[in-house]
Design a protein around this ligand. Sequence first.
Ligand code: PAF
Length: 313
Amino acid sequence: MKVAIVGNGAIGNLLLLKSIKMHLEVGVIMRQQRNFTLNATDIAGQSHQIDINSITLASLHDFDMLILPVKAYQIVDVLRQMQPYIAPTQTIVLLHNGMGVIEDAKMLLPNNPLIAATTSHAAYKPDTHSVVETGLGNCQLGYVLNPPNNTLHNERENELKSAPKNDVLQTVSCSQVLDTLLAPCSWQQNIEQALWDKLAINAAINPLTAIYKVKNGQLIEAKYQAMIKDICAETAAVMSALGFLGSEEQLYQKVLDVAQATSENYSSMYQDITHKRPSEIDYINGYICREAEKHAIDVPLNTALVSQIKALA
Ligand code: PAF
């Protein structure tokens, strides 16, 4: 099983570290082909030096699975560039914050098995050549197009059980590799519900931390509670109109839980705004606003957050 990781963002580099620990054959694809050593610090504080010789688009056909832990606004461009080099047998995994690009991905690669994933694993890049794992999270995944035939999957599982230990990574399926790489994982029949749950969390944590320049954990302070509740109420109204589960109270609790669990982290939007990079606001609060408009729901707070973040960018 050969896995290609697209980009060298914090989560991409974290997956690279985990792949190396799993002895997986892995390649990294970057905008320009480069050789460098990545200094990766795992959650136990242990450091690892990983020599990276990034691969070219033309060698993509060597890989069984392509994972895209890139920004939501990069996905369509990246898939367009990769499209001529991708075979229909290759599994594509989308792993990004925000929503609104899966339909484009389905149109660009209609014949490939396509997985959408969301993770709460946490990592940050102190500089271009380093990554630090800052939190153990989990991952939810689901096929959104062309799931593998179940019989084949079961046959592979049996094959795996009888395979000698060293051969395990050659015989496993993509889903089994993801189970280890992104562990603990849960596979969802309805991955859209999980994506909306994550969107609701990002819709509160990301813009507030970026606007007020605070770590995730500081959002637990009393002064932010009314705002968080109001954002959750708007998101819950849109989710309910679309048929997804999630009351204001449940979403609010999830936001507080994640803010607490990642209290020492600076959110991705805080980091994007601080480093003058484009933010994912159009795919987070902007997506909520677009879906709200379709159902004539007022979302004044989400609308204001989009404008405030754009003014900071
Ligand atoms: O975007 C992020 O930073 C993360 O998705 C989350 C969950 C808000 C934690 O920082």
